[in-house]
Design a protein around this ligand. Sequence first.
Ligand SMILES: [Zn+2]
Length: 291
Amino acid sequence: MQQIAVPIAKKGRETERVAPRASFAQKPETLKIEENLPLDAASSPEAEAFRQEIIHVGRKLWERQYVDGNGGNISVRLGSRYVLCTPTMLSKADLEPADICLSDLDGNILAGDRTRTSELLLHLEIYKANPRARAVVHCHPPYATAFAVTGTTPPSGLITEYEIFIGPPAVAPYETPGTKAFAETVLPFVMDHNTILLTNHGIVCWADTVMHAEWLVEIFETCCKTYLLAQQIGKPLSFIPESKIQEILALKRRLGFPDARLHDVAIPAEGTNAELERLVEQVTARLEDRE
Ligand SMILES: [Zn+2]
């Protein structure tokens, strides 16, 4: 049955800063809103927390100059049936709770009085293809987009943080933004890559939370910038030794991070390497904000 879009209550229209949720290693929480009607889901405490997180991340994207004009968009899954997303034609610096739309997985707006971003189709394809993706951030950071307009990526093996959280990113071919064909360009890559360059356009990142998807944008943009600066020094690049890359891949497998290289390497079984176990615990604690 066709749902009628309804405005989200204007309460809390003044945006307050809240601590974003953090749980890279944590399993996505099971929301008890699966059976709820869209309006109930849209006004649930979970939805309210997600709206605040989207607003917070939108502000960060704008302050870091990763979005321009009304560019970029953010979404998060709400239970198994719904998605909260940013609207079209609004700067990510100016978002308020009532601006955030509630959509189903087909892109139908169920709550909210603004028009959703046309690029929600891209987010929905990612959610439908990879259930581990619970949040998606798409934006146009200048250094990453510089690579996107050449259809290339920075080389792997230069920066540890980049190797752990991202690894070699994919490059999706060009299509007209906002179309279904554009949304589907990422499908071959979305299981093995949490960061995908969109040729002649920008990047898209998925993660377990909105904040973590934005972290991936930061890490990728910083890597692109650092690589370009390093080339100006005029000295040969120093690459991480292959044996150490294998250690990083073992860590990634334990942490459940995607990386296309994991298909090709033998990784020690859980519990057979005490040093690796300690590293996993350290990174997990950091991601869960326990240290
Ligand atoms: Zn875009």
